[in-house]
Design a protein around this ligand. Structure first.
Ligand code: IMP
Ligand code: MG
Length: 170
C-alpha cells in the first residue's frame, strides 16, 4: 500500500531547518508559544522547536472529528494560557481547512497577541475554507500521505520519511 517516498528524511530535515530559521527571524526578541495539533504534528513540532533559535514554549491541542466530518470539538485543550502570547499553531496537514478553522477561531477568542499557522503539508486543491498559512513545509498533490507522524488508521507514524499511501481512509 505504501508507494514511493514523496519526501525523504534529509529533505524533510532541510525544509524544517529553513522553517526554523524563518521563524527565528520573524520572532526575534519574542518568546513564541508553539501549539502542536495531536497526534500527527508531534513529530514535526519536535523537530521544528529544535530548529528555532529563540526561546519557545510548547503545548498541544487535540481535536475530535465527529458526524460527517464537519463536526469538530476540542478533546484536549492547551494548558498554557494564550492571552497576549505570540502563538504559532503547528499542524501536520491542511486539507479542507475545517480543522484549523475551528482551532484558529477557538484560539482567537482567547485574545493572543498574534496567531500564525505553520503546517508541514498543504494540500490546497482540497480546500473548502480559506486558511492563512504563514509557514508551509511542502505542498502535496491529491494523495494521502503517511509517515513522519502521519497515520493511516493508526499505522505508519514511525516511518522517518513521508510516503504516498495508495488509498484514502474511509
Ligand atoms: P482538514 O480539516 O480537512 O484540513 O484535515 C486536516 C487533518 O486531517 C490533518 O490535521 C490531518 O491530521 C488529517 N489529514 C489530512 N490529510 C492527511 C494525510 O494525507 N495524511 C494523514 N493525515 C491527514
Ligand atoms: Mg491533524
Amino acid at each position: 500500500m505504501i508507494g514511493e517516498p514523496l519526501f525523504d528524511a534529509p529533505t524533510i530535515a532541510g525544509r524544517v531547518a529553513e522553517l526554523g530559521a524563518q521563524i527565528s527571524r520573524d520572532y526575534a526578541g519574542k518568546k513564541p508559544l508553539l501549539i502542536g495539533l495531536m497526534s500527527a504534528a508531534t513529530t514535526f513540532v519536535a523537530d521544528l522547536i529544535r530548529a528555532i533559535g529563540v526561546p519557545c514554549q510548547l503545548d498541544f491541542i487535540a481535536v475530535n472529528q465527529f458526524g460527517d466530518g464537519d463536526g469538530i470539538a476540542l478533546e484536549k485543550d492547551a494548558a498554557i494560557p494564550v492571552r497576549d502570547r505570540d502563538v504559532i499553531l503547528v499542524d501536520d496537514t491542511v486539507d479542507t481547512g475545517l480543522t484549523l478553522q475551528y482551532v484558529v477561531k477557538t484560539l482567537q477568542e482567547r485574545a493572543p497577541a498574534s496567531l500564525a499557522v505553520c503546517t508541514l503539508l498543504d494540500r490546497p486543491h482540497r480546500r473548502i475554507v480559506d486558511i492563512e498559512i504563514k509557514y508551509r513545509g511542502f505542498e502535496v498533490p491529491d494523495v494521502f500521505v503517511v509517515g513522519y507522524g502521519l497515520d493511516y488508521r493508526g499505522r505508519y507514524r514511525e516511518l522517518p520519511a513521508l510516503y504516498a499511501h495508495g488509498t484514502w481512509p474511509a
